[in-house]
Design a protein around this ligand. Structure first.
Ligand code: COA
Length: 260
């Protein structure tokens, strides 16, 4: 039986999903895309999971892109299907109702950057390199890169990265707003674990409300987005967690959120 390309490990309410093809710099082949999609669907449905950390195995790469050897053999229809499956994975992650942190531990190129951009937060090690180098293969980004990078970093940066295909440093990615934070390699786990712990202790339904409002808001008019936010805001008043959060504040104690 082929070895699964994805590892899933729980640490309390934090689920770590690791792409496990380090000898291929965790390149996304069809099997890995399928396994990742399933892993995210399972995590979404599992009530015990409150936060997801996505990372790549090994010291060198988060993900060095879609699998070039596999793509080299595809015709137009196979390429189209592959792109659609990649896009569907990114959408599954982006619309996940629990926060997803990308632990960017090295190269995040092509599909790797697209994968990181579909996550809700990106923490990169200082040796990471990110980029959309598909142009060097006679290709264009096909897992949402032209669209998510545009929304994250604007047109100038998107055109620069996609047209030139030259990877940039983590520091430059931070400057462009592509990653949230850059930390020394040796501090990556400490920082990611701290953020995951903070999110795991937060009110899950409010986290979900924020994720849904922000993702939806990025795709509709301001008026529609405000209406959606208003409805989500109102919904929070029906939750135990909102009662707990507000009474804990008034009572000068730490809240204990239950996700109800
Ligand atoms: N698809 C398939 N295999 C890949 C891959 C990809 N995107 N990226 C790396 N690999 C494989 C290499 O072929 C190599 O396999 P091998 O040992 O069987 O020959 C292995 O991973 C290690 O990569 P290697 O190129 O030897 O490492 P490096 O340190 O010299 O270079 C990179 C690292 C990231 C600069 C280089 O691997 C690279 O440019 N990768 C492709 C990046 C890319 O274009 N991504 C977009 C794809 S759409």
């Amino acid at each position: 039986m082929a070895q699964t390309p994805v590892l899933v490990i729980d640490s309390g309410p934090v689920r770590r999903i690791t792409i496990d093809r380090p000898d291929k710099l965790n390149a996304l082949n069809a099997a890995t895309i399928a396994a990742l999609t399933e892993a995210f669907q399972v995590a979404e449905a599992d009530r015990s999971v409150r936060v997801i950390v996505l990372t790549g195995a090994g010291q060198k790469a988060f993900v060095a892109g879609a699998d070039i050897s596999e793509m080299a053999e595809m015709d137009a229809m196979a390429g189209r299907d592959f792109g659609l499956r990649g896009q569907a994975l990114m959408r599954t992650i982006e619309t996940c109702t629990k926060p997803v942190i990308a632990r960017v531990n090295g190269f995040a190129l092509g599909g790797g950057l697209e994968l990181a951009m579909a996550c809700h937060l990106r923490i990169a090690s200082d040796n990471a390199k990110v980029g959309q180098p598909e142009i060097n293969l006679g290709l264009i980004p096909g897992f949402g890169g032209t669209q998510r990078l545009l929304r994250l970093a604007g047109r100038a940066a998107t055109l620069e990265l996609c047209l030139l295909g030259t990877p940039i440093t983590a520091a430059k990615a931070l400057q462009l707003g592509i990653v949230n934070e850059v930390v020394a390699v040796e501090d990556l786990d400490t920082r990611v674990d701290a953020l995951a712990g903070q999110l795991a202790a937060s009110a899950p339904l409010a986290l979900r409300g924020i994720l849904e409002a922000v993702i939806h808001g990025g795709e509709c008019s301001l008026g529609e987005g405000l209406q959606f936010e208003g409805a989500q805001f109102g919904l929070m008043f029906a939750t135990d967690d909102m009662r707990e959060g507000t009474t804990a504040f008034v009572g000068k104690r730490k809240p204990q959120f239950t996700g109800r």
